[in-house]
Design a protein around this ligand. Structure first.
Ligand code: URA
Length: 438
């Protein structure tokens, strides 16, 4: 390359603005592997501390997109729409939303990610279904999309490959919570997959990468600006991640909960947030009123029609569709043990960050780039913020591979729970809506 990677890293480290040519050269060095993993990590850390200007961010995102193919769907078919979360604990909305929107009549060409730090990833969840492939060749991805109305894969050598490498390295170098790096990562995938409308679920609260609502709002506006510049019509919701979404945290446990939701059951918060995001998505894709789509979306959940779409998706992506009728056939951990509360009162907190790290510690997430995850392990929360409990009542169920891991999880989870005498204020699921076009 005509630029030395270490010189580009130095300039960013010192707070200078990189030129288009420098960013393009660095990215192409990442693609042809002339830039080392250490240099990529150093670059990510420099961006973490120094940020990127709007122009630098645009160029980086464009270069990530062009590291692979860019899909487009100007064939007169249904509108293409997608959602992406900035990262949460127990956030299995994508698993419910994709088949639900497909059943509604939209197209959802979803490119997702793996777990990052203490948060879970859609790909890891889907891969807990035996046989499910998230690395489909693009041609097959398009066939599944045409047949089912949705398809769900990760970054592959053909699509946003650069995000795949950066993503894995950021995960293990403490460089995830950077507004420009999150924005480039998310928007590049959505541009590459060809989504024309996008709903961004921007998390704030204990378990979010940006716990402070004002930081989360800044992330939302960076995402919205970037999406608009790249030709994607986006809206954002600021949603609470003070406690995990739903009850299940851990890959197979979350698939089970998503299946329940697609059956019209499952936790109320998961259903509610999914319907909110889907209503936004339909409105963004079709121009209809926000509330107009909701009755039909609810109907699709309650009738099980969305679940039938999910079954088809699982079959066509190589998964064992028996899990739909028999969720007990999903991987299960050998040890299950309940945690009880020593106090009576109201649950004031079940710290999502701690619950997320407990799940990672049990094996549901990665500590190193090459780590294998355990699909079976995780945590089920049996209470939510505001639940009234009595001393001795079970508040969580731990699904562990070994007794030592179960004991460590018990200790960590007990510290994550706060019970108080007074009923707490339950945070609203959606704090704020940020329309894209202002
Ligand atoms: N989701 C992504 O795809 N990338 C991030 O950096 C964070 C959440």
């Amino acid at each position: 390359m005509s630029f030395l990677p270490q010189e580009i890293i130095r300039r960013k480290r010192d707070g200078e603005t990189l030129t288009e040519a420098e960013i393009a050269a660095f990215v192409s060095g990442v693609s042809d592997e002339s830039v080392s993993e250490g240099q990529i990590a150093a670059f990510a850390m420099a961006v973490y501390f120094r940020g990127l200007s709007a122009d630098e961010l645009h160029v980086l995102t464009r270069e990530i997109v062009t590291s692979g193919r860019r899909l487009s769907f100007d064939d007169g078919g249904p509108p293409t729409v997608d959602k992406h979360s900035t990262g949460g604990v127990g956030d299995k909305v994508s698993l419910v939303l994709a088949p639900l929107l497909a059943e509604y009549g939209l197209r959802v060409p979803m490119i997702s990610g793996r777990g990052l730090a203490h948060t879970g990833g859609t790909l890891d969840k889907l891969e807990s279904i035996p046989g499910f492939r998230t690395d489909l060749p693009l041609l097959r991805f398009e066939q599944v999309l045409a047949e089912v109305g949705c398809a769900m894969v990760g970054q592959t050598p053909e699509i946003a490959p650069l995000d795949g490498r950066l993503y894995a390295l950021r995960d293990v170098t403490a460089t995830v919570p950077s507004i420009p790096l999150v924005a480039a990562s998310i928007v590049s995938k959505k541009v590459a997959e060809g989504a024309s409308a996008l709903v961004l679920d921007v998390k704030y609260g204990k378990g979010a990468f940006f716990p402070d609502p004002s930081d989360a709002e800044q992330l939302a506006s960076t995402l919205l600006d970037l999406a608009r510049e790249m030709g994607v019509d986006a809206t954002a919701l600021l949603t609470s991640m003070d406690e995990p979404l739903g009850q299940a945290v851990g890959n197979a446990l979350e698939v089970r909960e998503a299946i329940a939701c697609l059956r019209g059951d499952g936790p109320a918060d998961l259903r509610e947030l999914t319907l909110e995001i889907c209503s936004e998505a339909v409105s963004a894709a079709t121009g209809c009123d926000l509330e107009a789509a909701r009755p039909r979306l609810s109907e699709i959940l309650d009738s099980g029609a969305g679940l039938e779409r999910f079954r088809r998706l699982v079959e066509l992506q190589g998964g064992d569709a028996r899990v739909i009728d028999d969720p007990d056939s999903l991987p299960a951990a050998p040890i299950r043990t309940e945690l009880t509360t020593p106090d009576s009162g109201f649950v004031r907190e079940f710290d999502a960050l701690e619950v997320g790290w407990t799940s990672v510690m049990l094996g549901a997430g990665r500590r190193g780039v090459a780590d294998q995850i355990d699909p079976a392990v995780g945590v089920e929360l049996l209470v939510k913020i505001g639940t009234e409990v009595e001393a001795g009542q079970p508040v969580a169920r731990i699904h562990a591979r070994t007794a030592e891991q179960a004991a460590a999880a018990r200790k960590r989870l007990s510290a994550a729970l706060t019970v108080s005498d007074q009923a707490p204020r339950v945070p609203p699921l959606v704090l704020k809506r940020l329309p894209g076009q202002v």
